[in-house]
Design a protein around this ligand. Structure first.
Ligand SMILES: NC(=O)C1=CN([C@@H]2O[C@H](COP(=O)(O)OP(=O)(O)OC[C@H]3O[C@@H](n4cnc5c(N)ncnc54)[C@H](OP(=O)(O)O)[C@@H]3O)[C@@H](O)[C@H]2O)C=CC1
Ligand SMILES: O=C(O)[C@@H]1CCC=N1
Length: 279
């Protein structure tokens, strides 16, 4: 619980992911008067939020104890320029895809930095967040963990280089699942169902299967076999899904492309940090 959490906490960027985390912090008891949201056009401030809302660090008063970065990686140089002089002494937590802690250390001239990779099921407390903070004091690590627990499961990474793969799998992963639901519904329509029925069946099938996989104690492979009658309908479908390793190849390519994009975002942020150092 975050009832006793002492801010000030500055949330810089309150869009899809920042807003989802803020809603969970509030649900866990974080008081609005501990929070300042900094965003020129906040899209996802939770209803009823009564904390401070400003459009830039210059408009925020005081000094934060904790800063959570929730802007797009491309906005990092602009944000660092306006923010770094205002947050001396604060623990900096970044959810930015790709951007490495070393880059953030250069841009913000500080050492106490944690990196996180949440995902949007966090908005209902069903997310999973990878955490990283090499060399952080134990109290900072405990604070990071306490802030992410209300969003769902947490997992500390020892090796920051694994963030690209983690981002590609669990950070982006909800979008792959949502796309699968859309595609399954579309396939049901193509097989003769009306759109509403196909959509409802696809949604219920994916949520039900995911819940069973999470709760049954069986492996996904065992659960799959339990559906698949010899020479039955499921086998006929799986033969297409897995024909020539189609599904595995598709998902390997999907995750590889997302991880490569994470590395490219990291390189762009490095270039911005180098430009700042050279200026
Ligand atoms: N969405 C997701 O599923 C996940 C996202 N992330 C990471 O979280 C970060 C945010 O992503 P997401 O929430 O999707 O993005 P959004 O675009 O939804 O949110 C970013 C917010 O930051 C605002 N913003 C832009 N410039 C500034 C500025 N100078 N100062 C303060 N705020 C600013 C944006 O305003 P405007 O719209 O006007 O630009 C927007 O409201 C990214 O770095 C992403 O990599 C990590 C895990 C999952
Ligand atoms: O698409 C993105 O770049 C972000 C990071 C992970 C999920 N959304």
């Amino acid at each position: 619980m975050l009832n006793g959490f002492q801010g000030p906490l500055w949330l810089v960027g309150c869009g899809a992911m920042g807003g989802a985390l803020l809603s969970r912090w509030r649900a866990a008891g974080l008081r609005d008067d501990q929070v300042t949201v900094i965003d020129p056009a906040p899209k996802a401030v939770p209803a009823g939020f009564a904390g401070i809302l400003v459009d830039s660090p210059d408009a925020a008063s005081g000094t934060p104890r904790l800063v959570v970065l929730g802007v797009k990686p491309q906005m990092l140089p602009v944000v660092a320029a306006s923010l770094s002089a205002r947050i001396a002494g604060a623990l900096l937590i970044s959810m930015l895809a790709g951007v490495r802690t070393g880059t953030l250390a250069n841009l913000f001239d500080r050492a106490r930095i944690a990196r996180i990779m949440p995902n949007t099921p966090a908005s209902i407390g069903a997310g999973v967040t990878a955490l990283y903070g090499a060399g952080l004091p134990a109290a900072d690590m405990a604070m990071v963990e306490a802030l992410l627990k209300p969003a769902g499961q947490t997992l500390w990474l020892e090796d920051e280089s694994r963030f690209d793969a983690v981002t590609a799998l669990s950070g982006s992963g909800p979008a792959y699942v949502f796309r699968f639901i859309e595609a399954l519904a579309g396939a049901g329509e193509a097989a003769g169902l009306d759109a509403a029925t196909a959509g409802a069946l696809a949604m219920a099938t994916v949520t039900g299967a995911a819940a069973l996989a999470a709760q049954s104690g069986e492996t996904p492979a065992a659960l799959r076999l339990a559906v698949t009658s010899p020479q039955g309908t499921t086998q006929a479908g799986l033969d297409v899904l897995d024909g020539d390793g189609a599904l595995s190849a598709l998902l390997r390519g999907t995750v590889r492309a997302a991880a490569e994009r994470s590395r490219a975002l990291a390189a762009a942020a490095d270039a911005a940090a180098d430009a700042k150092a050279a200026a």
